[in-house]
Design a protein around this ligand. Structure first.
Ligand code: GLU
Length: 467
């Protein structure tokens, strides 16, 4: 059997981190088994579904590189098929038309409420009535015939065996009186038609699974395996809400989180592989299984995510990070010369080890993106108003011109020797040097910067600053 999973978001809100984690688990499970990962947009709630939310979900999935196989399915486009299945269930005697009025239903609910539990909300009054008894002028709904006795057990791949008494399960509606399918019917028909073998989703859907299981069986279809993952909680243990950082994933993108770091963080939120903290996509695919998904809710911890992100920046590939920075530069309208591009890649390890997010990385990169003469911050300019500081730069530039090689250690040596002969503290030399070369007062080591800038660019910047 080839594994097919799906992520089935409702485009009524953005892709929040709980949804992103569900998508990731489905993706990894499918890839681990060499199967398919599908995307189904559950847009049946036309009133609450928005185009904006749908675009945000697709964007979030792409950002996290949770690439789905084939084209995405839009549930609303399958409404005819859903209706057809409902009618067939009626024809087979597994479902029936119910003509109850809203008043009758309200009355049943009242009785159920007052009975103190154990009574169904719907009393099944149309379950065995003949169609000839149908009152005129009422459009019926279609209800599924649920088992009246016994119990239902779901062998959940995360929760273990979960059992429910069947007298708690109503004959629920599968087709509304206006002919539109209910969510419960749509999910079952689509899962079947898409060949879904494993439904991995939040445990807020566990209750639905009992109803869906009977619907699959009534249709004569295989029931997919269910895996209900505990929801994510905030660091205080309460259900995750906005105040805990439960934002749409695009908010994390805006914070300068790398998608790889985000996925790694989400993976570890509820799943573990020994004590491993940093796990690549390849390793995740190789190791992912549902046995290691915890049964208790994981806690979202923003600091952990930020730390992991900083760690990812340190080890990320220089070319990939440079490409990101160049894209940001392009978006900011900065023209980057080919020389500057080379410098950026060469200087990337030094920049990335100092940045906690991609915004900081972009800001730090500025010193390599521009060519002489460079713009300076006010603070940098202030440190060059002093004639002595400019004299230092001139003299140092003369010494540097004579350097036989342009390595970090050698440049450091030249500056130290100069400071000693002039009886200056190294800081007195480094400060104007940093201002001249970077235009700012924070940067990687000044000798690393010089080495990356190269001789010509370094001297050009020194000359400009000295004059
Ligand atoms: N559309 C549902 C949701 O967004 C998911 C349904 C399912 O995974 O079966 O919560």
């Amino acid at each position: 059997m080839s594994v097919v999973t799906r992520f089935a978001p409702s485009p009524t809100g953005f892709l929040h981190i709980g949804g992103a984690r569900t998508a990731l688990f489905n993706y990894l499970f499918a890839k681990h088994h060499g199967g398919q990962f599908l995307l189904r947009v559950e847009d049946t709630d036309r009133k609450r579904s928005t185009e904006e939310a749908m675009q945000a979900i697709l964007h979030g999935m792409n950002w996290l590189e949770l690439n789905w196989d084939g084209a995405e399915t839009y549930q609303s486009q399958n409404a005819d098929r859903h209706r057809e299945v409902a009618e067939q269930l009626v024809a087979d005697g597994n479902a029936y038309k119910c003509y109850c009025t809203p008043e009758e239903l309200a009355e049943m609910r009242e009785i159920a409420k007052n009975s103190g539990g154990g009574t169904r909300m719907y009393d099944g009054r149309w379950r065995d009535r003949d169609a000839s008894e149908a009152p005129a002028g009422i459009d019926p709904v279609i209800r599924i015939k649920m088992p009246l006795e016994g119990e239902t057990t779901i062998a959940d791949l995360v929760q273990g065996d979960v059992t429910k008494a069947n007298d708690t399960l109503d004959d629920f509606i599968i087709l509304r009186s206006d002919g539109t399918p209910t969510y419960m019917l749509a999910v079952v028909v689509d899962d079947h038609d898409m060949g879904v073998t494993h439904a991995i989703r939040g445990d807020d859907h566990l209750n639905n699974a009992f109803r869906q299981l009977h619907l699959f069986k009534a249709c004569g279809w295989d029931v997919p395996e269910f895996a209900h993952i505990p929801l994510i909680h905030g660091s205080d243990g309460a259900k995750l809400s906005k105040r805990h950082g439960a934002l749409g994933v695009e908010a994390y993108e805006e914070m300068g989180i790398l998608p790889e770091a985000m996925c790694n963080y989400l993976l570890r939120l509820g799943w573990s592989h020994g004590d491993d903290e940093t796990i690549s996509r390849e390793q995740a695919i190789e190791w992912f299984n549902l046995d290691a998904v915890g049964r208790s809710p994981a806690r979202f911890d923003m600091d952990k995510l930020l730390n992991l992100n900083a760690q990812y920046l340190k080890t990320a590939d220089a070319d990939t990070l440079a490409a990101r920075v160049l894209a940001d530069a392009n978006a900011a309208g900065i023209t980057v010369s080919p020389e500057a591009e080379t410098r950026l890649v060469a200087g990337m390890p030094g920049l990335a080890s100092r940045a906690k997010n991609t915004h900081e990385l972009f800001e730090l990169s500025h010193l390599y993106l521009v060519d002489a003469p460079i713009e300076m911050t006010e603070k940098a300019r202030d440190s060059l108003t002093d004639a002595e500081a400019r004299q230092t730069l001139k003299e140092l530039a003369e010494l540097l011109k004579k350097a036989t090689s342009w390595g970090e250690a050698e440049l450091d040596g030249i500056a130290r020797e100069y400071a000693e002969t002039r009886e200056l503290k190294l800081g007195k030399v480094a400060q104007p040097l940093r201002a001249a070369l970077t235009g700012s007062s924070v940067s990687p080591s000044i000798f690393e910067v010089m080495a990356v800038l190269g001789r010509d660019e370094t001297l050009a910047r020194l000359e400009f600053a000295a004059n």
